[in-house]
Design a protein around this ligand. Sequence first.
Ligand code: 3HC
Length: 314
Amino acid sequence: MEVNIEQLEKDFQAKIDAGISIEPKDWMPERYRHQLIRMMSQHAHSEVVGMLPEGNWITRAPSLMRKMVLLAKVQDEAGHGLYIYSATETLGISRDEMINQLLTGKAKYSSIFNYPTLNWADMGAIGWLVDGAAIVNQTALAKCSFGPYARAMLRICKEENFHQKQGYQILANMMQGTEAQKQMVQDAVNRFWWPSLMMFGPSDKNSPNSDELMRWKVKLYSNDDLRQRFIDRTVPQAEAIGIKIPDDKLKWNEKTRHYEWGEINWDEFYAVIGGNGPCNRLRMKQRNDAHKNGQWVREAAIAFAEKRKKNKAA
Ligand code: 3HC
């Protein structure tokens, strides 16, 4: 029986427009599947690579309490990565293939993780700004059209809130401290503010994927809209603890009820996502080394699973 692709695509779009969740076993355009695999696998890669800059400071946390909180956060990120890898596998790509795409540099991960973490204030800036940006992005994704992705976001967003609050508390404490500590905070925010805005992607006019993703309600808001939402909610938080946002064009517009702000350095953005950021090579080496050193763990786990299956069958 001849399949009428046109009709299938029409019915698919009607489901999307009606806000019906698309599940793995549903018919979907190959392009929808491809876009979701691209976006979700890169999201998962970001979570896993994102463990590296913060993991760098677990052994150097200023107190046992801070060490425990940072450890919990980094472990959460690993779980977020596994969650999203599992959701992506429902689209027909294997975990091995996704990992291979990351390790060989074929796949991207968020640009923000290619910046160095120089001192403890960076842990605060990452929690407050990077996880703050992730919350804005992921609360929208929690309503996206692909069921497994949207549901994964529900659990992840709850944990991101803890991540953002612990980062903000680190900075708030330091801003009550010595002049040197206040300087450390301001320096960390100066280094992480603009790269955090870049997390939302290129401007809408330069975003090749947004139109399609918004038509299919994978993205519910544009890159620029989410970026603006992040700025509007974050600037008052900075002011509340005495941090100056490093943008001399930043000003509140009473009429639009939004902040106006300066221009992102897009040359820097494209250099970093093109593999030429400050830490791209280091992060990829660390990930490849971790994968190589973890080979024996994967072999042992597979051997154990096979033995257990044999015992069950016997
Ligand atoms: N870093 C790296 N690559 C980026 C990027 C960034 N900040 N912003 C955009 N890009 C890439 C895109 O992947 C795309 O390249 P590709 O076609 O080769 O994949 C290209 O730039 C063009 O950008 P588009 O806007 O057209 O791409 P998208 O429509 O996919 O939008 C996105 C980019 C906003 C990142 C979107 O993919 C998205 O929302 N992804 C899901 C969320 C996510 O991945 N977040 C990453 C951070 S995770 C995190 O912060 C963890 C937290 O716990 C700390």
